[in-house]
Structures are given as structure tokens and as C-alpha cells.
Design a binder for this molecule. Structure first.
Ligand SMILES: [Zn+2]
Length: 332
């Protein structure tokens, strides 16, 4: 029995498209009325304001064409962008990875006009990833619904997107989940944010590069985990240092908002099961000395993103579906 599927069926029907616009590629997903992924595609991201809008139009058209769905049947489009997003106004600024800086880009208005007036919702990329992960976890039918979940992005930086009771939690200033800038060592190295010893310096993808500089030109997490798997003792020690830092991030999220799931995402999560294993081991070790932590089952809450689909694009499509429903309400 799946409450999740029942919930999905009562959601607004119709197709929605989600886009996850990244620094190098744009992922697009078409979601059906029951919340199932019908098609997905990827394109190279075109940088700059005009490029982002053109690329988004092409991505929407491409994914509906692939599925053989008339674009007129799409009720909403959601877009995840790596930048400062005002989702109420549908604008993006300071999205330097995609070449959008300076004046805010009115992405929602511009894209909607190019797509025949379809409702377009714009959201931060981390937030759409959290929504997408929650959608996919619910579709698995495990755990209670609505979902409580944190999507912990282990990338250049460190931050979490948070869904509580099935709703995205942005926070009063949009800072919900910015745990990367919680100092964990007041005597630690300076952080770009102006504080010292922030968690990001220990648990982000950049922290892996600092711990284990690459020698073969591959991503530092891959080289570190391969060396550790070969039995290199320095690598084993560095891997466990890193795993303890990620475990600290998981613990911080659970002890703050008691989410049922902490999904590991971001570049480092490409490691998959070996990463999950060492993080769970670190959480187990900490729980050994604390009946309190043991009672919270931290290792059981941490997991990888479900399935082999683009989590961010799926979340954008879920967000887009809500935009479509709102547009219909306003029109009706
Ligand atoms: Zn910081």
C-alpha cells in the first residue's frame, strides 16, 4: 500500500516539465499526471541571459517532442538554477556558473512568453533537488508521507535543501539548510564567509581535494576512495576523516529538524555505495558511545538519491506542476 502514490494521483493532472540548468549541462524531465517520469534529456548549457532563456526553450521543446506530447498539454514548467532566486518574482541573479550576473534575469516571464503562456516557476537548484528527492522517495512508498527530507549537497560548497511535511522550507531569509557555514572548529582555517572552521571546509567536495590532492587528474573523491580500497593507509585515514565530517552534517540536520531521510547528493555522491557505507560506519561509531544517538537511528536515515533519474529536474517538474495549478486557479 502506498500512500505516496495515492497522494500523487490526487495532485493536479496534466504534464509538467522540469529543467535543471547547471554550469555545463541542462537536464530536462517530462512528468506525467501521476508523477511518473515519461522522458528525460540533456543539452549543453548556453551561458549568458539570452543563452539561458534560449536553452530552456530548446530543452522544454526537446523533452516533449521526445515523448510525443503536444506542448499545449504541458500545464507547468519548473526551472532549477544555481543562483539567487526570487521565486515569487521568477527572477534569477548572481548565477555566475551560467553566466547570469548583474541585472536580475526575469526568467519566469521570458520563458513563459516563449512557451505560449505556460506557467513557469523558478527555484534554486538545491531546493529543486530536495523536492525531487522527496518526490522519488514518496514514489518508492517507503516511510511516512508527507515526506520529511534533507538533500545534502556535497559539492564545491556544502548546503542542504529541506522538505518538511512535504513542503519546501526556504526559511525567512532563504538561509534554511545553510549548514556549511556552521563553524565546527573556532580555531580552524578562515572560510570565504568570514568565519573560521566552517563545516564546509571539512565536509564539502572541495574538502576532499584539500585532504587528498589529485595525482591522476580524476576527481579527488574517486582517487581517494580507490586508494583507500587498495589499502593505502593514508587514504584510509583521510577517507575516515572525511566520512566523520559528512556524518557531522547528517547529525546536525537530524538534530535540528529531525528529518526522516538525509539524501547524499552533489558531486561526491557520484561515489555511490562506498560513500554511503563509510558515512554509515562513522554514524555507527558515534552512536556506539551514545544511547541518545543510537535511539535516533542516524545510519538508517542517510541514503543515496533514488533511481537513475535527474533528481533536480524531477523536482523542478514537481515545482512546475504547482505553478501550472496556480495559473489555472487564477484563470478560472
Ligand atoms: Zn563559512
Amino acid at each position: 500500500m502506498s500512500d505516496a502514490r495515492a497522494t500523487a494521483r490526487t495532485m493536479p493532472s496534466g504534464f509538467s516539465v522540469g529543467l535543471d540548468i547547471g554550469g555545463t549541462k541542462t537536464l530536462a524531465v517530462l512528468l506525467g499526471g501521476d508523477g511518473e517520469v515519461l522522458a528525460q534529456t540533456r543539452l549543453a548549457t548556453v551561458r549568458g541571459p539570452a543563452g539561458v532563456v534560449d536553452g530552456a526553450v530548446s530543452a522544454v521543446q526537446g523533452v516533449v517532442r521526445q515523448a510525443g506530447v503536444p506542448i499545449g498539454d504541458v500545464t507547468g514548467v519548473g526551472v532549477g538554477v544555481p543562483g539567487l532566486v526570487d521565486s515569487g518574482a521568477g527572477t534569477v541573479r548572481h548565477a555566475v556558473n551560467v553566466g547570469v550576473d548583474g541585472a536580475p534575469l526575469e526568467l519566469s516571464t521570458l520563458l513563459s512568453a516563449r512557451l505560449g503562456g505556460i506557467g513557469v516557476e523558478v527555484e534554486n537548484d538545491l531546493n529543486v533537488a530536495a523536492v525531487g528527492a522527496a518526490h522519488l522517495v514518496e514514489a518508492e512508498g517507503v516511510g511516512h508521507t508527507p515526506t520529511d527530507l534533507a538533500f545534502l549537497a556535497l559539492g564545491t560548497g556544502l548546503a542542504a535543501g529541506i522538505v518538511l511535511d512535504g513542503r519546501l522550507r526556504r526559511g525567512s531569509r532563504g538561509a534554511a539548510g545553510e549548514i556549511g557555514h556552521v563553524p565546527v572548529d573556532p580555531a580552524g582555517p578562515p572560510c570565504a564567509c568570514g568565519q573560521r572552521g566552517c563545516l564546509e571546509l571539512y565536509a564539502s567536495g572541495s574538502a576532499v581535494t584539500a585532504l587528498w590532492p589529485t595525482t591522476a587528474g580524476r576527481p579527488a573523491p574517486v582517487e581517494l576512495f580507490e586508494a583507500a580500497a587498495r589499502g593505502d593507509l593514508d587514504a584510509v585515514a583521510a577517507r575516515s576523516t572525511y566520512a566523520r565530517a559528512v556524518a557531522a552534517a547528517v547529525r546536525m540536520l537530524v538534530l535540528t529538524v529531525d528529518v526522516q531521510h538525509v539524501v547524499l547528493g552533489g558531486g561526491v555522491s557520484q561515489l555511490g555505495q562506498p560513500l554511503l557505507d563509510v558515512v554509515r560506519d562513522a554514524l555507527d561509531d558515534e552512536s556506539a558511545a551514545s544511547a541518545f544517538l543510537r535511539s535516533l537511528d542516524l545510519p538508517g536515515r542517510v541514503r543515496l538519491a533514488p533511481g537513475r533519474v535527474a533528481v533536480g529536474a524531477v523536482g523542478a517538474a514537481v515545482v512546475g506542476r504547482a505553478a501550472g495549478a496556480r495559473a489555472r486557479d487564477l484563470a478560472g
